[in-house]
Design a protein around this ligand. Structure first.
Ligand SMILES: Nc1ncnc2c1ncn2[C@@H]1O[C@H](COP(=O)(O)OP(=O)(O)OP(=O)(O)O)[C@@H](O)[C@H]1O
Length: 332
């Protein structure tokens, strides 16, 4: 079943510019110059129940604007959206019962009251029965280890403690769909790991669909099989993360540090290896091939030349994504 169905979705913003000088300011009173920016530029996307999708892109790519449209906060300029079988904006009241949202930069908890009071209020807002609350939240509170925090006001919590409470708050009504916008921003590694483990668990236990927006690629690697890459409002890649990583494997590099000076003639050449000299004793081989090609290359080189060090540089997902933004992506 498709949880999200988006077709030709577009959101335009007008940005006004001021004319210079006094006469310009006077003319601005009557007519303003403006430019139209397509923050989201005709995207088409479907997400199935139970998927965990990483929605990524550089600053200003249009991620938050998409999430705001999917959650009914913004209306699209054109295109259609169905989320959980509803129009998020038009059926707002019914719709919000079926989603959970966490914006890392904003809080949905009341600042001055104890966490459990916020939870109680949200329980009322979402009309969750006492029985459902006890059954479900008992487990959430235990897994996120927030029991000792419940009687503290939110303003007294650390960022990591607050984020775990935010997550719990978004799950009070056990929604089938969860939008997470930068949920681990500024958190230390241990809290990140805790949150990731928890998200995996709810995805497995309840088949909760998760849309995750983050600049932390390690979150995506840990959680999402599928990634959607956005660039200037357009989807430039939508597919499996491992396929994206595989497409960049040809960029693997082997760096040889030799004991003595080595010239290019001493190094084996073939179509799959391109040599680059770093300094008198260091050469880099750009290898277009798999592990077998790499191990053959290393064995040939070390037989002929005394070696001080060999390093195989894996290209990180972050680099792959940067490359896509710089050079474009041909296939998905
Ligand atoms: N309310 C608005 N009015 C005018 N322009 C806007 C508005 N909201 C967003 N934009 C513009 O739309 C574009 C996309 O913004 P958006 O916040 O969706 O990007 P993002 O991918 O979430 O970026 P970031 O990673 O920095 O959060 C940007 O150029 C931004 O300046």
């Amino acid at each position: 079943m498709n949880v999200i169905e988006v077709q030709q979705l577009r959101k335009e913003f007008k940005s006004y510019s001021s004319r210079s000088g006094l006469s310009g300011a006077f003319r601005d009173l009557f007519t303003r110059n403006y430019k139209v920016l397509a923050a989201v530029d005709n995207i088409t996307l479907t997400v199935k129940q139970g998927e965990m999708v990483g929605y990524i892109g550089e600053n200003g790519a249009g991620k938050s604007t998409t999430i705001k449209m999917l959650t009914g906060i913004l209306t699209p300029t054109s295109g259609t959206i169905r989320v959980n079988g509803m129009d998020p904006h038009k059926q707002r009241e019914e719709f919000v019962q079926t989603i959970g949202v966490v914006f890392g930069q904003r809080s949905q908890l009341w600042w001055d009251i104890a966490v459990q009071e916020s939870f109680r209020l949200l329980k009322k807002v979402y009309r969750v029965s006492d029985e459902d609350y006890e059954n479900h939240m008992g487990h959430v509170i235990e897994t996120l280890e927030i029991g000792p925090l419940l009687d503290k006001p939110v303003r007294k919590l650390s960022l990591g403690q607050r984020m775990r409470c935010e997550l719990a708050a978004a799950l009070i009504h056990n929604p089938p769909l969860l939008f997470l916008d930068e949920p681990t921003i500024g958190l230390d590694v241990l809290v990140k790991l805790k949150i990731r483990k928890f998200l995996k668990e709810i995805n497995e236990n309840y088949k909760t669909t998760i849309i995750l927006t983050t600049h932390d690629i390690t979150d995506i690697e840990a959680l999402c099989e599928r990634v959607v890459l956005l660039d200037e409002g357009k989807i430039v890649y939508d597919g499996r993360l491992d396929k994206l990583q595989a497409s960049a494997v040809e960029g693997k590099q082997v760096e040889f540090e030799f004991l003595l000076e080595v010239s290019g003639d001493d190094l084996p050449g073939n179509a799959k290896v391109h040599w680059e000299q770093k300094d008198a004793t260091t050469w880099k081989a750009n290898v277009d091939g798999d592990e077998r090609v790499i191990s053959e290359l290393i064995s040939v080189v070390v037989q002929k030349n005394p070696i001080k060090n060999v390093r195989i540089n894996e290209i990180s997902t972050e680099e792959i994504i940067r490359k896509i933004y710089e050079e474009g992506m041909a296939t998905s």
